[in-house]
Design a protein around this ligand. Structure first.
Ligand code: SF4
Ligand code: F3S
Length: 91
């Protein structure tokens, strides 16, 4: 299992999630964050941190967000790790 960042993160990037991840699994894209499924240890710590409820366990991803499972896998391979909270894109 892994956790997955989905559509509500897009254009928001609150980044509250990154500071609680014990294994630095978050990667930063231009518009949203991605979780590296090979790093995530399924601790669940990031889920309640996200103000827009963008993070789900892969087994619980809503149907309309299912494409984000593969997207997190692909994009986390080519984007840098983010471990510190920063100014969000959302106002
Ligand atoms: Fe990190 Fe835990 Fe969230 Fe996985 S579930 S991304 S290990 S905080
Ligand atoms: Fe995105 Fe939520 Fe983290 S908006 S950056 S998943 S806190």
């Amino acid at each position: 299992m892994t956790f997955v960042v989905t559509a509500p993160c897009f254009d928001c990037k609150y980044t509250d999630c990154v500071s609680v991840c014990p294994v630095d699994a978050f990667h930063e894209g231009e518009k949203m964050l991605y979780i590296n499924p090979n790093e995530c240890i399924d601790c669940d710590a990031c889920v309640p941190e996200c103000p827009v409820e963008a993070i789900f366990a892969d087994v619980n991803v809503p149907e309309e967000y299912e494409a984000f499972i593969a997207l997190n896998d692909e994009m986390s391979a080519t984007t840098p790790v983010i471990t510190e909270q920063k100014e969000p894109l959302a106002e």
